[in-house]
Every structure is written in structure tokens, then in C-alpha cells.
Design a protein. Structure first.
Length: 204
């Protein structure tokens, strides 16, 4: 029986543990093996992490009382005020997206059907703690961590996280205004990623 690994780096880790070439099968990552942004990709994607502790409110018709809803509407309104709504797209969790059309009627066209598509059309990717940002960065998107509710989210998820302001593989912002100003700055600088962000990403 072989152990399946996705890269040479991962294979080397198995070798350190005593595995030999006959024990290992390198397959790559089909999703990322041809990782490139589409030509002209210019979307700005926001994908907040799902908050399972709010499922009750969502399924009981109290969706507008959730922090997940509020986070989405705050970002949408801020981009709208900045005249950048045409660039924004929302990749909502599937447990939420089914309710999006009825609660975001004015903005339903910016909700994507398949979040996978955002990995190829996003020049900038925004999340709070979702690991999808690593895939997006690998594809070529500029990563932003929107940490307005970071402490609360981490507390609900158990109180610990390996990611902090020192090692986060992306630019960190703490408010909607800081977010949109950072996005404008990134665009003005042609999406050039700071060396610190690159270094942190390589360590993930």
C-alpha cells in the first residue's frame, strides 16, 4: 500500500520518516496543477468563514441577526459607496447562499454560484480565516485578511489559531474603510505583493 503525496516537498517529509520511493505515490494537486488566473482577471472576492454557531438563526429566518450577514452587507455597502461594486463578488458558504437571493435582492448578482470559479477570476481575495486564501494566492490573487471580528471568530472556533498578525500570509485590515482603502492601494500598485507577505506565504 502506497502513501499518496501531492508534491516533492511532501515526499521529502515522508522520506525523513523512513518511507522509500516504493512507499510513496506523487500525484500532484489536480485543482492547482495548472494554476493561473484568467486573462484579464480583475474581480475582488470576499469569502468569510462560515460560522456554524449561527446556523440556528439562519434556518429559523433570523438571518439578518447573524454576524455573517452583517459582515457581508458591511463589505458590500462599503464597496458600493466607493464605486467599486462592479468589481466585488461574494463567495458565500453553501448553507448561506441558498438564502442570499431573498435577503440580498439588490445585490444578488454579485453572489457567485460556484466558489471554485473565484480562484481563477480574482485579482484580490479577501477572507477572515478561511484557508481558501492560500489556494487563491497560489493562483495569483493578492491576499487580504479582514480581521474586524477575528477575536470573536477564533473564540467560537476554540480559542486558538496558528495564524497571527506576524505570520499571516496576506495584508491584514481591521475595518471596512481600511479594507477598501487597501484594495485601492493594491490596485494602484498593480497588485505587487510585499516581500513580507511572500515570505509568510512560503512558510505555510
Amino acid at each position: 500500500m502506497k502513501s499518496v503525496v501531492s508534491s516533492e516537498v511532501e515526499a521529502q517529509e515522508f522520506s525523513i520518516m523512513g518511507y522509500n520511493d516504493f512507499d510513496i505515490m506523487k500525484t500532484g494537486l489536480p485543482k492547482l496543477d495548472s494554476a493561473n488566473l484568467e486573462k484579464g482577471a480583475n474581480k475582488i472576492t470576499y469569502m468569510p468563514t462560515w460560522r456554524p454557531w449561527e446556523e440556528g438563526e439562519v434556518f429559523n429566518g433570523k438571518i439578518t441577526q447573524t454576524s455573517y450577514y452583517q459582515s457581508l452587507i458591511d463589505v458590500i455597502k462599503t464597496f458600493e459607496k466607493a464605486g467599486m461594486l462592479d468589481r466585488l463578488q461574494i463567495a458565500a458558504h453553501n448553507k448561506f447562499s441558498q438564502f442570499a437571493k431573498s435577503h440580498f435582492k439588490k445585490y444578488q448578482n454579485i453572489f457567485v454560484e460556484d466558489p471554485t470559479d473565484t480562484l481563477t477570476n480574482s485579482a484580490i481575495y479577501i477572507t477572515d480565516i478561511s484557508s481558501i486564501i492560500l489556494d487563491a494566492t497560489y493562483q495569483g490573487a493578492y491576499p487580504i485578511f479582514y480581521w474586524k471580528e477575528f477575536d470573536s471568530i477564533i473564540e467560537h472556533y476554540g480559542g486558538t489559531t496558528p495564524v497571527n498578525k506576524y505570520n499571516a500570509p496576506g495584508t491584514i485590515v481591521y475595518s471596512e474603510n481600511e479594507l477598501v482603502n487597501t484594495v485601492k492601494d493594491i490596485i494602484a500598485k498593480d497588485y505587487k505583493m510585499p516581500e513580507k507577505v511572500k515570505e509568510n506565504y512560503k512558510k505555510t
